[in-house]
Design a protein around this ligand. Structure first.
Ligand code: HQG
Length: 182
């Protein structure tokens, strides 16, 4: 399979697990049996097998968890599932890459979920730039004072080394990353 196809498979898998299982059985904690999801995916991508699902999940940004013959997405959901992630107690600073327009709003009213179940944050500036570049050529990088936020009762969950989740974050903990920090 060529690299382009793997991206397409990963996107379809994310779509099924995060937004629309298209009639497949999904548990309250977001798992779909691998057998069922493979049957569905093979209608579009006939060569996909279980090995490919593992391959899609390699690297520091694992999007999925594969366990006991089932698979779930770890973050990004819009459907009402509860994913029990590790509560993070260490991280001091997190980042969020977005458009200039969204950044101005966020600095005034805070980070909101905007359709997903959680707010998504990045552990590195580089990752925040990548996330922002999905929407704009020159993303603005916001810095979240996670330590102060946590001391004020905000919970951060770790989905993987690069992606952290939270509830809405008030503007008092958010600032624009100054240039000397990039
Ligand atoms: C914006 C991808 C105005 C926010 C990525 C973002 C990530 C506001 C958009 C993951 C706002 C929501 C999630 C406010 C937030 N006013 N705009 N008050 N608060 N926003 O796609 O963080 O590759 O739901 O800045 O890598 O962009 O799919 O969230 O632009 O980890 O695995 O509202 O998705 O992961 O957009 O991305 P999204 P996101 P995957």
């Amino acid at each position: 399979m060529i690299a382009m196809n793997l991206v397409a498979v990963s996107k379809y898998l994310s779509y099924l697990l995060r937004h629309n299982p298209e009639g497949l059985p999904i548990s309250k904690d977001g798992f779909i049996p691998i057998e069922d999801i493979l049957k569905k995916i093979r209608k579009r991508f006939p060569n996909v097998d279980e090995k490919i699902l593992y391959k899609l999940n390699e690297g520091s940004k694992s999007r999925f968890e594969i366990k006991n013959g089932r698979i779930r997405a770890l973050y990004g959901h819009t459907i009402p599932v509860e994913i029990p992630l590790e509560i993070d107690i260490d991280v001091e600073i997190l980042y969020h890459g977005t458009t200039k327009e969204a950044a101005e709003k966020i600095l005034k009213e805070g980070l909101k979920r905007k359709g997903r179940r959680k707010v998504h944050l990045s552990s590195t500036i580089q990752q925040a730039i990548r996330v922002g570049k999905r929407r704009t050529k020159n993303p603005v990088i916001l810095k979240i004072d996670a330590e102060s936020a946590r001391n004020n009762g905000i919970v951060f969950e770790k989905a993987n080394d690069l992606v952290y989740l939270s509830e809405e974050i008030p503007p008092i903990f958010i600032s624009k990353l100054s240039n000397n920090e990039d």
